[in-house]
Design a binder for this molecule. Structure first.
Ligand code: AMP
Length: 268
């Protein structure tokens, strides 16, 4: 990468955990439009999974992923194993505070510490000029953006829109865990968020009321709701009254699968 940088080539980078879908591919495509070289990484990072989470069973269809990367003309793939990233003497972590306290930070303790540590390492290894993250993982994107700023990484952060299935379900590697019956239920998550957005854009200001309505819908399809929250789009602080830009986020289990989604509501 150093050689490419010295040649004056711009490098775009999108880190992933693989099991690639159109959401990931949209990041690579944007990077290819904006850079000379596009790098992807595939690393299922043990440090960001809790002890009861799906690290072991997380899908790893490597051959299929490589074919997709080739088709998308991604120039380089970095796919280390856990031992390459974490030596037995590894004793460093990177942690972003405040932004990681609520939402997924609350329901998945230690998760963001794992994410920021590995992403900081990947940035050091790949040395990108621009990095591409999806709005699908909105809190993660805000946390990485904060880390880049706070630690003076010389990197431009690019936030890309959430890519959805035709019925609105946010694409996710975890969707492949869903049975047909669960898949049919899962669409209610995005529908609920869009209904929240429509009500806000129609002038509703009472967040408590909107949250109640949304929770009632999610309860019908989810076995466990981690959160349904409306927050300031930048600070991620919860709001009682609508103030735009605002992000409405949900995390809930459909069967054994934990799904997340969000909508970002801007002033019109
Ligand atoms: P993951 O492989 O799930 O860790 O995701 C890697 C990157 O792809 C992250 O920046 C995600 O936000 C992004 N991503 C995942 N799903 C989507 C989606 N449906 N639309 C856009 N970006 C996504």
């Amino acid at each position: 990468m150093e050689r490419l940088r010295l040649q004056g080539k711009s490098i775009g980078f999108a880190p992933t955990m693989g099991a690639l879908h159109e959401g990931h591919l949209s990041l690579f495509r944007r990077s290819r439009e904006e850079n000379d070289i596009t790098v992807a990484s595939i690393f299922v990072n043990p440090m960001q999974f809790g002890p009861k989470e799906d690290f072991k069973k997380y899908p790893r269809p490597m051959l299929q992923d490589c074919r997709l990367l080739e088709k998308e003309k991604v120039n380089y793939l970095f796919c280390p194993g856990p031992a390459d990233m974490y030596s037995p003497e590894f004793h460093t972590s990177v942690e972003v505070n405040t932004l990681t306290e609520g939402l997924c930070g609350k329901s998945r303790p230690g998760h963001f510490k794992g994410v920021t540590t590995v992403v900081a390492k990947l940035f050091q290894i790949v040395k990108p000029h621009r990095v591409y993250f999806g709005s699908k993982d909105y809190q993660q994107a805000m946390v990485i953006q904060r880390m880049i700023h706070d630690l003076n990484f010389d990197i431009d952060f690019c936030l890309c829109p959430t890519v959805r299935e035709s019925d609105g379900l946010a694409m996710s590697s975890r969707n492949r865990y869903l049975s047909a019956e669960e898949r049919a239920r899962a669409v209610v998550i995005s529908r609920t968020l869009f209904a929240f957005q429509d009500a806000v854009l129609a002038g509703e200001k009472n967040v408590g009321k909107l949250k109640q309505q949304a929770l009632a819908k999610l309860k019908k399809i989810s076995d466990k709701i981690d959160y349904l929250e409306a927050v300031d789009a930048r600070s991620l602080q919860p709001l009682d009254r609508v103030r735009l830009p605002m992000t409405v986020l949900a995390a809930c289990f459909v069967g054994k699968t934990r799904l997340i989604d969000n909508v970002i509501i801007h002033a019109r």
